[in-house]
Design a protein around this ligand. Structure first.
Ligand code: GRF
Length: 210
């Protein structure tokens, strides 16, 4: 955690599901497109396929559930503090939230100031929270928007899907689109943009988020 420009950056990836963005990051590391390696993958869901991807890649894959903390009264903040301790044990330079479905509190974020980044499958300021692609699709059909997009942003605080933008890109929506077609187009941009955001951060091309 000492330098923003380590030669081989260490990335912790937090997931909750399929892990296609994790895979894009792993593939970019393996292809030499990112001077980085994924040092740990953490999921808050046991059945997240991303854990299988991590295991196959020989990367520590940790299932770390919130439920026991809620059941025994330790609560969300203690979960976040313990999650931070777990992640810090792998000395990451960057913490990439990739489909991570849990809003992190300052108990986690203060441990990694300026080092936590998130993917949101919509343009900055639009459709924060879950099902952003479906909500954008619906908004298009109702004539409220003409396009959607993807953004990768810093996570400086407990806000949901907001924070200084690292990269964003618009994604067109076509009149004859199905939701599935739009999802496929958005996901393809996510995969490319997440790698691009990490590349720029590691290269020091993006000013640090204070
Ligand atoms: C992405 O669309 C992400 O933006 C959303 O969940 C999806 C995660 O996909 N919040 P994956 O797990 O990386 O395949």
């Amino acid at each position: 955690m000492e330098s923003h420009q380590t030669q081989t950056a260490r990335i912790a990836v937090l997931i909750s599901g399929f892990g296609s963005n994790l895979q894009a990051i792993l593939d970019a590391c393996n292809a030499g497109q990112l001077p980085a390696r994924v040092v740990v993958v953490v999921s808050n869901r046991k059945d997240a396929y991303g854990l299988v991807r991590a295991e196959r890649a020989g990367i520590p894959a940790v299932y770390f559930p919130l439920k026991p903390y809620l059941q025994d009264g330790r609560g969300r903040r203690q979960y976040d503090a313990d999650l931070a301790e777990l992640v810090a044990g792998y000395s990451p330079d960057w913490i990439a939230l990739a489909g991570w479905m849990h809003v992190l509190s300052n108990a986690f974020l203060q441990r990694f100031p300026g080092r936590v980044i998130n993917l949101h499958p919509a343009l900055p300021g639009q459709f924060p929270g879950t099902d952003a692609i479906a909500r954008a699709y619906q908004a298009f059909r109702e004539g409220r928007i003409t396009q959607t997009g993807v953004m990768i942003h810093f996570v400086p605080d407990e806000g949901v899907d907001c924070g200084p933008v690292i990269v964003s890109e618009t994604v067109p929506i076509y009149p004859d689109d199905t939701l599935e077609a739009l999802e496929e187009r958005v996901h393809a941009v996510e995969h490319r943009l997440y790698v691009e955001a990490l590349r720029r951060l590691i290269a020091g091309e993006i000013p640090p988020c204070r």
